[in-house]
Design a protein around this ligand. Structure first.
Ligand SMILES: Nc1ncnc2c1ncn2[C@@H]1O[C@H](COP(=O)(O)OP(=O)(O)O)[C@@H](O)[C@H]1O
Ligand SMILES: O=C(O)C1=C[C@@H](OP(=O)(O)O)[C@@H](O)[C@H](O)C1
Ligand SMILES: [Mg+2]
Length: 258
Protein backbone atom coordinates (compact mmCIF):
# COMPACT_ATOMS: atom_id res chain seq x y z
CA UNK A 1 0.00 0.00 0.00
CA UNK A 2 1.07 3.40 -0.58
CA UNK A 3 0.11 6.83 0.60
CA UNK A 4 -0.01 9.01 -2.42
CA UNK A 5 1.33 12.43 -2.98
CA UNK A 6 -0.87 12.56 -6.02
CA UNK A 7 -0.26 15.92 -7.53
CA UNK A 8 2.52 16.65 -5.10
CA UNK A 9 4.82 19.07 -6.73
CA UNK A 10 8.32 18.01 -7.49
CA UNK A 11 10.04 18.05 -10.78
CA UNK A 12 11.77 14.72 -11.04
CA UNK A 13 12.69 14.57 -14.60
CA UNK A 14 13.46 18.19 -14.81
CA UNK A 15 16.56 19.02 -16.69
CA UNK A 16 19.99 17.58 -17.04
CA UNK A 17 21.22 21.10 -16.86
CA UNK A 18 20.41 23.49 -14.06
CA UNK A 19 16.82 24.56 -13.69
CA UNK A 20 17.48 28.25 -13.61
CA UNK A 21 20.11 30.89 -13.31
CA UNK A 22 21.18 30.29 -9.74
CA UNK A 23 24.30 32.30 -9.00
CA UNK A 24 26.98 30.08 -7.53
CA UNK A 25 28.41 31.22 -4.22
CA UNK A 26 32.04 32.27 -4.41
CA UNK A 27 34.22 29.22 -3.83
CA UNK A 28 36.92 31.15 -2.02
CA UNK A 29 35.36 34.29 -0.66
CA UNK A 30 38.01 36.89 -0.11
CA UNK A 31 38.24 37.90 3.47
CA UNK A 32 38.70 41.53 4.29
CA UNK A 33 39.79 40.53 7.78
CA UNK A 34 43.29 39.39 8.55
CA UNK A 35 43.38 35.66 9.24
CA UNK A 36 44.46 34.90 12.79
CA UNK A 37 46.31 31.72 13.43
CA UNK A 38 45.82 31.88 17.18
CA UNK A 39 43.12 30.05 19.10
CA UNK A 40 40.72 32.97 19.22
CA UNK A 41 38.88 33.74 16.08
CA UNK A 42 40.64 32.48 12.96
CA UNK A 43 39.93 29.39 10.90
CA UNK A 44 40.19 26.26 13.01
CA UNK A 45 40.07 28.40 16.10
CA UNK A 46 37.73 28.17 19.08
CA UNK A 47 34.96 30.11 17.37
CA UNK A 48 34.83 28.06 14.17
CA UNK A 49 35.22 24.86 16.14
CA UNK A 50 32.27 25.73 18.32
CA UNK A 51 30.25 26.63 15.22
CA UNK A 52 31.15 23.27 13.73
CA UNK A 53 30.21 21.56 17.00
CA UNK A 54 26.79 23.19 17.12
CA UNK A 55 26.24 22.38 13.45
CA UNK A 56 27.00 18.74 14.20
CA UNK A 57 24.68 18.86 17.21
CA UNK A 58 21.90 20.33 15.07
CA UNK A 59 22.48 17.62 12.48
CA UNK A 60 22.35 14.91 15.12
CA UNK A 61 19.16 16.37 16.61
CA UNK A 62 17.59 16.36 13.18
CA UNK A 63 18.82 12.84 12.52
CA UNK A 64 17.41 11.77 15.90
CA UNK A 65 13.91 12.27 14.58
CA UNK A 66 14.54 10.31 11.43
CA UNK A 67 14.17 6.57 10.89
CA UNK A 68 17.20 4.75 12.27
CA UNK A 69 17.62 2.80 9.05
CA UNK A 70 17.87 3.51 5.35
CA UNK A 71 14.99 5.31 3.71
CA UNK A 72 14.94 3.92 0.17
CA UNK A 73 14.05 5.74 -3.05
CA UNK A 74 12.60 3.65 -5.86
CA UNK A 75 10.95 4.53 -9.15
CA UNK A 76 11.35 4.49 -12.90
CA UNK A 77 14.44 5.59 -14.76
CA UNK A 78 15.14 9.30 -14.53
CA UNK A 79 12.39 10.00 -12.01
CA UNK A 80 14.92 11.85 -9.85
CA UNK A 81 15.97 9.22 -7.29
CA UNK A 82 19.65 10.03 -7.41
CA UNK A 83 19.46 13.80 -7.46
CA UNK A 84 16.60 14.13 -4.99
CA UNK A 85 18.12 11.55 -2.64
CA UNK A 86 21.41 13.39 -2.61
CA UNK A 87 19.72 16.71 -1.92
CA UNK A 88 17.45 15.51 0.88
CA UNK A 89 20.33 13.68 2.58
CA UNK A 90 22.47 16.80 2.40
CA UNK A 91 19.66 18.95 3.79
CA UNK A 92 19.14 16.51 6.66
CA UNK A 93 22.85 16.00 7.33
CA UNK A 94 22.74 12.23 6.82
CA UNK A 95 24.65 9.92 4.46
CA UNK A 96 23.49 9.23 0.93
CA UNK A 97 24.27 6.18 -1.19
CA UNK A 98 23.30 5.58 -4.80
CA UNK A 99 23.56 1.86 -5.50
CA UNK A 100 24.24 2.49 -9.22
CA UNK A 101 27.20 4.62 -8.21
CA UNK A 102 28.49 1.75 -6.06
CA UNK A 103 28.09 -0.54 -9.05
CA UNK A 104 29.98 1.82 -11.36
CA UNK A 105 32.79 2.21 -8.82
CA UNK A 106 33.21 -1.55 -8.58
CA UNK A 107 32.37 -2.72 -12.13
CA UNK A 108 32.61 0.24 -14.49
CA UNK A 109 29.96 1.93 -16.63
CA UNK A 110 26.53 0.27 -16.57
CA UNK A 111 26.09 0.61 -20.33
CA UNK A 112 29.36 -1.23 -20.99
CA UNK A 113 28.49 -3.87 -18.42
CA UNK A 114 25.09 -4.52 -20.03
CA UNK A 115 26.76 -4.90 -23.44
CA UNK A 116 29.53 -7.19 -22.21
CA UNK A 117 27.95 -9.30 -19.48
CA UNK A 118 24.22 -8.83 -19.97
CA UNK A 119 21.35 -7.62 -17.83
CA UNK A 120 20.89 -10.76 -15.66
CA UNK A 121 24.46 -10.47 -14.34
CA UNK A 122 23.87 -6.77 -13.69
CA UNK A 123 20.71 -7.62 -11.71
CA UNK A 124 22.53 -10.24 -9.65
CA UNK A 125 25.28 -7.84 -8.62
CA UNK A 126 22.81 -4.99 -8.16
CA UNK A 127 20.81 -7.08 -5.68
CA UNK A 128 23.98 -7.92 -3.75
CA UNK A 129 25.01 -4.29 -3.53
CA UNK A 130 21.55 -3.29 -2.33
CA UNK A 131 21.51 -6.01 0.32
CA UNK A 132 24.87 -4.84 1.64
CA UNK A 133 23.77 -1.19 1.72
CA UNK A 134 20.45 -1.92 3.42
CA UNK A 135 22.19 -3.94 6.11
CA UNK A 136 24.01 -0.85 7.38
CA UNK A 137 22.30 0.69 10.39
CA UNK A 138 21.59 4.36 10.96
CA UNK A 139 19.64 7.16 9.33
CA UNK A 140 20.53 7.40 5.67
CA UNK A 141 19.05 7.61 2.21
CA UNK A 142 19.66 4.91 -0.39
CA UNK A 143 18.63 5.50 -4.02
CA UNK A 144 18.16 2.36 -6.11
CA UNK A 145 18.27 1.91 -9.88
CA UNK A 146 14.87 1.77 -11.57
CA UNK A 147 14.97 -1.98 -12.15
CA UNK A 148 16.08 -3.00 -8.66
CA UNK A 149 12.53 -3.94 -7.69
CA UNK A 150 12.61 -6.76 -10.25
CA UNK A 151 14.55 -8.86 -7.75
CA UNK A 152 12.26 -10.61 -5.31
CA UNK A 153 15.00 -10.70 -2.67
CA UNK A 154 15.28 -6.93 -2.87
CA UNK A 155 11.52 -6.44 -2.56
CA UNK A 156 11.61 -8.66 0.50
CA UNK A 157 14.37 -6.56 2.09
CA UNK A 158 12.46 -3.38 1.33
CA UNK A 159 9.70 -4.52 3.69
CA UNK A 160 12.02 -3.54 6.53
CA UNK A 161 12.50 0.05 5.31
CA UNK A 162 10.52 3.17 4.64
CA UNK A 163 10.25 3.27 0.85
CA UNK A 164 9.55 6.38 -1.23
CA UNK A 165 8.36 5.94 -4.82
CA UNK A 166 9.23 8.81 -7.15
CA UNK A 167 6.95 8.88 -10.16
CA UNK A 168 7.14 10.94 -13.31
CA UNK A 169 5.96 10.82 -16.92
CA UNK A 170 7.59 9.68 -20.13
CA UNK A 171 7.18 13.16 -21.61
CA UNK A 172 9.09 14.71 -18.71
CA UNK A 173 11.85 12.11 -18.93
CA UNK A 174 12.29 12.46 -22.67
CA UNK A 175 12.43 16.24 -22.31
CA UNK A 176 15.20 16.24 -19.82
CA UNK A 177 17.09 13.09 -18.95
CA UNK A 178 20.42 11.91 -20.27
CA UNK A 179 19.45 8.66 -21.98
CA UNK A 180 22.92 7.69 -23.13
CA UNK A 181 23.82 6.43 -19.66
CA UNK A 182 20.69 4.29 -19.48
CA UNK A 183 21.19 1.21 -21.65
CA UNK A 184 17.51 0.27 -21.66
CA UNK A 185 16.52 3.61 -23.18
CA UNK A 186 19.48 4.55 -25.29
CA UNK A 187 18.25 3.01 -28.52
CA UNK A 188 14.56 3.09 -27.76
CA UNK A 189 13.51 6.02 -25.54
CA UNK A 190 9.83 5.09 -25.81
CA UNK A 191 10.64 1.89 -23.95
CA UNK A 192 10.34 3.99 -20.77
CA UNK A 193 6.52 3.70 -20.76
CA UNK A 194 6.48 0.00 -21.60
CA UNK A 195 9.02 -0.78 -18.90
CA UNK A 196 7.04 1.20 -16.35
CA UNK A 197 3.89 -0.72 -17.20
CA UNK A 198 5.61 -3.98 -16.33
CA UNK A 199 7.20 -2.64 -13.15
CA UNK A 200 4.37 -0.54 -11.79
CA UNK A 201 2.86 -3.33 -9.66
CA UNK A 202 6.28 -3.97 -8.16
CA UNK A 203 6.74 -0.31 -7.27
CA UNK A 204 3.28 -0.27 -5.73
CA UNK A 205 4.09 -3.40 -3.76
CA UNK A 206 7.16 -1.91 -2.08
CA UNK A 207 6.26 1.77 -1.73
CA UNK A 208 4.98 3.45 1.42
CA UNK A 209 4.39 6.79 -0.23
CA UNK A 210 4.54 8.27 -3.72
CA UNK A 211 5.76 11.70 -4.76
CA UNK A 212 5.41 13.05 -8.27
CA UNK A 213 8.55 14.62 -9.59
CA UNK A 214 7.41 16.02 -12.93
CA UNK A 215 6.26 19.38 -11.66
CA UNK A 216 7.10 21.94 -9.02
CA UNK A 217 10.52 22.71 -7.73
CA UNK A 218 13.24 20.43 -6.43
CA UNK A 219 13.32 22.49 -3.23
CA UNK A 220 9.63 21.96 -2.56
CA UNK A 221 9.87 18.27 -3.27
CA UNK A 222 12.94 17.88 -1.08
CA UNK A 223 11.12 19.55 1.84
CA UNK A 224 8.13 17.27 1.43
CA UNK A 225 10.22 14.13 1.32
CA UNK A 226 12.24 15.26 4.36
CA UNK A 227 8.97 15.98 6.21
CA UNK A 228 7.66 12.55 5.39
CA UNK A 229 10.89 10.98 6.62
CA UNK A 230 10.58 12.79 9.96
CA UNK A 231 7.03 11.49 10.27
CA UNK A 232 8.38 7.98 9.77
CA UNK A 233 11.01 8.54 12.47
CA UNK A 234 8.41 9.72 14.97
CA UNK A 235 6.16 6.81 14.10
CA UNK A 236 9.00 4.33 14.49
CA UNK A 237 9.80 5.69 17.94
CA UNK A 238 6.19 5.68 19.06
CA UNK A 239 5.82 2.10 17.89
CA UNK A 240 9.11 1.11 19.59
CA UNK A 241 10.08 -0.44 16.34
CA UNK A 242 13.46 -2.14 16.14
CA UNK A 243 15.92 -1.32 13.39
CA UNK A 244 15.72 -3.52 10.34
CA UNK A 245 12.42 -5.06 11.24
CA UNK A 246 9.30 -4.72 9.20
CA UNK A 247 7.67 -1.34 8.82
CA UNK A 248 4.42 -3.17 8.25
CA UNK A 249 2.83 -1.12 11.02
CA UNK A 250 3.34 2.00 9.04
CA UNK A 251 3.03 0.52 5.58
CA UNK A 252 -0.16 1.55 3.97
CA UNK A 253 -0.91 4.31 6.44
CA UNK A 254 1.41 6.91 5.13
CA UNK A 255 0.23 10.06 3.63
CA UNK A 256 2.10 13.29 3.44
CA UNK A 257 2.81 14.70 6.87
CA UNK A 258 3.38 18.28 5.80
N1 LIG B 1 12.87 17.28 -8.85
C1 LIG B 1 13.49 17.48 -10.02
N2 LIG B 1 13.22 18.57 -10.75
C2 LIG B 1 13.84 18.75 -11.91
N3 LIG B 1 14.72 17.92 -12.48
C3 LIG B 1 15.01 16.84 -11.83
C4 LIG B 1 14.42 16.55 -10.55
N4 LIG B 1 14.92 15.39 -10.13
C5 LIG B 1 15.77 14.97 -11.11
N5 LIG B 1 15.81 15.83 -12.11
C6 LIG B 1 16.57 15.67 -13.36
O1 LIG B 1 16.11 14.48 -13.99
C7 LIG B 1 17.19 13.75 -14.51
C8 LIG B 1 17.23 12.36 -13.93
O2 LIG B 1 17.50 12.45 -12.55
P1 LIG B 1 18.16 11.29 -11.71
O3 LIG B 1 18.28 11.81 -10.32
O4 LIG B 1 19.40 10.80 -12.38
O5 LIG B 1 17.02 10.19 -11.81
P2 LIG B 1 17.04 8.66 -11.42
O6 LIG B 1 18.13 8.44 -10.41
O7 LIG B 1 15.68 8.40 -10.88
O8 LIG B 1 17.27 7.93 -12.68
C9 LIG B 1 18.44 14.55 -14.19
O9 LIG B 1 18.72 15.28 -15.32
C10 LIG B 1 18.03 15.44 -13.06
O10 LIG B 1 18.75 16.66 -13.06
O1 LIG C 1 15.50 0.88 -14.75
C1 LIG C 1 16.52 0.19 -15.00
O2 LIG C 1 16.47 -1.00 -15.35
C2 LIG C 1 17.85 0.83 -14.81
C3 LIG C 1 17.91 2.05 -14.21
C4 LIG C 1 19.18 2.77 -14.04
O3 LIG C 1 19.11 3.59 -12.86
P1 LIG C 1 18.21 4.92 -12.76
O4 LIG C 1 16.80 4.47 -12.44
O5 LIG C 1 18.81 5.68 -11.65
O6 LIG C 1 18.27 5.61 -14.08
C5 LIG C 1 20.33 1.79 -13.93
O7 LIG C 1 20.23 1.04 -12.74
C6 LIG C 1 20.35 0.86 -15.10
O8 LIG C 1 20.58 1.64 -16.24
C7 LIG C 1 19.06 0.08 -15.26
MG1 LIG D 1 19.73 7.10 -10.41
Amino acid sequence: MNGSEGGAPGGGAGQDSDRGPVPAPPKHPLSTQPIRLTDSGGPGSGESKSKARSKRRRSRRRAGRLPDRAVVLVGPMAAGKTSLGRKVAKDLGIPFVDTDAVFVREHGAITDFFAEKGEPEFRRIEAEIIAAELARPGSRIVALGGGAVLAEATRELLRGHPVVLLMTTQAAVLRTANLSRRPLLRDDPDAWGRILEVRRPLYDEVADVTFRTDRGSKEQLARRVAGWMRGQGRRQRTAGDEPNTSTAASRGMDTDTE
